[in-house]
Design a binder for this molecule. Structure first.
Ligand code: HMG
Ligand code: MG
Length: 284
């Protein structure tokens, strides 16, 4: 049996959040229910953010309460502040995520906070989650490039990873939000981050704007990363990163990893079925 590599499915959140068509909750629930049969351990399905900023995520509570929860699958939600945390807990999210940026420009555009202010917002979330044993993941955006500030210094990413890990995030997902990373910039960034957080607690989150996501996954695999975020059908893009495209497609990452001899535990036919659903939802 090959080495295990986990794909964290983010399509119902990162994938759909940028879609212009108002997608009914029932369609989102159907997509998640299909994904629940594919063998994932973790699926991100919700985001408790301002509906004015991200209208597509407005029905997140209904999605979490509408899905059929499969054994062994944790359903995740983004929580930018305590209000989001309370909503996620009420809707019985199985884990939550705080999301920060390694660059000031994106932090301000995305969550209307400086990096320092964002850390202050996250502290009570992590504190509250600890009391109820709710796992918290930490995202860092713009780990190699920022649409506002240009190239990101690897040391800045390492500093953020260190802080989020110290606050209690069980895993740090490193986001190439813009999809401009290269295998070299990913390797340089990971060299710095691995100094402060073990590779076993890191995930790669690659958007495929420049078609290099798979090469970047290969670079991260070489550096010891064994968790990758992906979205079925390559759905996605971030509304606050102009020009960003979809997440790397889950079914292609699965195929690639399988070819390299890794085990993902995923069912190819169900992935393809979910990818078809995702494409229909997007209307492409
Ligand atoms: P703010 O403007 O600093 O805060 O927003 P505020 O507290 O003054 O609130 C502004 C408005 O949002 C108010 O409504 C609040 O009620 C409402 P209004 O008075 O204008 O009607 N509000 C909320 N509504 C629902 N749920 C909440 C909530 N909090 C406030 N939890 C805030 C701060 C972060 C909330 C806002 O800027 C926001 O929602 N931003 C959207 C951020 C976002 O969702 N970005 C996309 C996800 S991140 C991503 O995609 C990157 C990632 O994939 C990794 C990668 O690729 O790099 C993770
Ligand atoms: Mg993303």
């Amino acid at each position: 049996m090959g080495d295990r590599v986990e794909i964290f499915e983010v399509g119902p959140r990162d994938g759909l959040q940028n879609e212009k068509r108002e997608i009914p909750v029932a369609e989102k629930v159907a997509l998640v229910d299909c994904l629940s049969q594919a063998g994932f351990n973790r699926i991100e399905v919700a985001s408790f953010v301002s509906p004015k900023k991200v209208p597509q995520m407005a029905g997140s509570g209904d999605v979490l309460t509408g899905i059929k929860r499969a054994d062994g699958v944790r359903y995740a939600a983004l929580t930018p502040n305590m209000r989001g945390y309370d909503d996620a807990v009420s809707a019985k999210a199985g884990e939550i995520a705080v999301f920060a940026s390694a660059s000031e420009g994106f932090s301000k555009a995305n969550i209307n906070a400086t990096i320092e202010e964002s850390i202050e917002r996250f502290k009570p979330i992590l504190e509250a989650a600890r009391h109820i044993d709710l796992p918290v993941r930490g995202y860092i955006s713009c780990v190699t490039d920022c649409p506002y500030d240009g190239a990101t210094a690897p040391e800045k990413v390492a500093e953020m990873a260190d802080r989020l890990f110290a606050l209690g995030c069980y895993e740090i997902s490193l986001g190439d939000t813009l999809g401009q990373a290269t295998p070299d910039s990913v390797a340089r960034m990971l060299l710095a981050v691995r100094e402060v957080v073990p590779a076993t607690r890191l995930a790669g989150h690659f958007h495929d704007t420049s078609g290099r996501a798979m090469d970047n996954i290969d670079a991260a695999l070489t550096m010891g990363v064994r968790v990758f975020d992906a979205a079925v059908g390559g759905l996605g893009g971030c509304p606050f990163a102009p020009g960003s495209a979809g997440n790397v497609a889950t079914e292609l990452v699965h195929e690639h990893l399988t070819r390299l001899g890794y085990e993902t535990g995923l069912d190819k036919d169900i992935l393809n079925q979910a990818a078809d659903m995702a494409r229909t939802m997007r209307g492409s």
